[in-house]
Design a binder for this molecule. Structure first.
Ligand code: DOR
Ligand code: ZN
Length: 345
């Protein structure tokens, strides 16, 4: 196959940041994606419907002229979040989901949830109105090894929460383990999982062998090879419970290449090219549309995009810049360690 036409994809988990960084990275998303679920972990975080409205306006103002793109806003769940405000945001159509960061789990998660009891009134309201909860599924207890944080979260937090609130619709975001895939596969309903591009491509060796490679450091951290294989199998299965959420998370190079580097891979620019390469490797190009364009909208109860995107396999590899320049500084582009011939036209 040398050409593939699919419905225009969406990104169900994206960090756009704000200000100069927003202006620098948004064009790479709006070039390829019709919609994206926008993460609220700004400083200060996007907590209220009014915050989300203002952030949405800043995103629309940063959009290149002529691009059509719809940001799907999320609210950052805190222990003080007001259920009425969440319901109002959801009913107005502005708010697509609420995001749960366990406090301390990742970038700007300090306002996240420490005691889940305090978040129950909001979660109960969300269950009632059918608003999905997007979860960064990692425990933050220091005793738990960083490579086990996802599996322990599923057992000790997610499963009890789902038993307590079976009606709550949950997206387990950026699944990185076979444990996560198995748990989602075994669940009857009300649970879906997003998978990033980079977790389909790297395992933990890529971060650590031959020197520390900060541009592969992200959270949840990439795991062993058997987990990557489980993610590939799920993503290419066509199973509607799994869909693309790139978690493209730009940080300027000085904040990645230092003694305590930030977590995140910037993949918006080459995600579709990389995914076509991966799906072809797996003999599953016919499942790319389900993963990138159909399963996400179905889960979020939105119509799939009507526009089409064509990917063309070139004779020579498609070149991407090693880094992009933004007004905030240089941002290194995710290196998939292969050359993809798939070009988005
Ligand atoms: O790698 C990551 N980067 N994981 C996250 O959960 C947050 C993100 C960021 O905001 O930088
Ligand atoms: Zn993220």
């Amino acid at each position: 196959m040398t050409s593939l036409t699919i419905r225009r994809p969406d990104d169900w988990h994206l960090h756009l940041r704000d200000g100069d960084m927003l202006k620098g990275v948004l064009p790479y998303t709006s070039a390829h994606f019709a919609r994206a679920v926008i993460m609220p972990n700004l400083v200060p975080p996007v907590v209220t419907t009014a915050d989300a409205q203002a952030y949405r306006e800043r995103i629309m103002a940063a959009l290149p002229a002529g691009d059509r793109f719809q940001p799907l806003m999320t609210l950052y769940l805190t222990e003080g979040t007001n259920p009425d405000d969440v319901e109002e945001g959801a009913k107005s159509g502005l708010v697509t989901a609420v995001k749960l960061y366990p406090a301390g789990a990742t970038t700007n998660s300090n306002s996240g949830v420490r005691n889940f009891e305090n978040a129950m009134p909001v979660l109960e309201r969300m269950a009632k109105i059918g608003l999905p909860l997007c979860i960064h599924g990692e425990v933050t207890t220091p005793e738990v090894d960083i490579f086990d944080r996802e599996a322990v979260f599923i057992e000790t937090v997610l499963d009890p929460l789902r038993k307590r609130l079976p009606e709550l619709r949950i997206t387990l975001e950026h699944v990185t383990t076979a444990d996560g895939i198995d748990y989602i596969n075994a669940s009857k309903a009300n649970l879906a999982g997003s998978i990033t591009t980079h977790h389909l491509i790297i395992n933990r060796n890529n971060i650590l062998v031959g020197g520390i490679r900060p541009h592969y450091y992200c959270l949840p951290i990439a795991k062993r090879e058997n987990h990557r294989q489980a993610l590939r199998k799920a993503a290419t299965s066509g199973n509607p419970k799994f869909f693309l959420g790139t978690d493209s998370a730009p940080h300027v190079d000085p904040l990645k290449e230092c003694a305590c580097g930030c977590a995140g891979c910037f993949t918006s620019i080459n995600t579709m090219s990389c995914l076509a390469h991966v799906f072809e490797e797996e003999g599953a190009l016919d499942k790319l549309e389900a993963f990138a364009s159909l399963n996400g909208p179905a889960w979020y109860r939105l119509a799939p995009n009507e526009e089409r995107t064509t990917l063309v396999k070139r004779d020579t590899p498609v070149e991407f810049p090693p880094r992009i320049e933004t007004g905030a500084g240089p941002v290194t582009v995710f290196d998939p360690l292969f050359k993809s011939h798939w070009d988005v036209t």
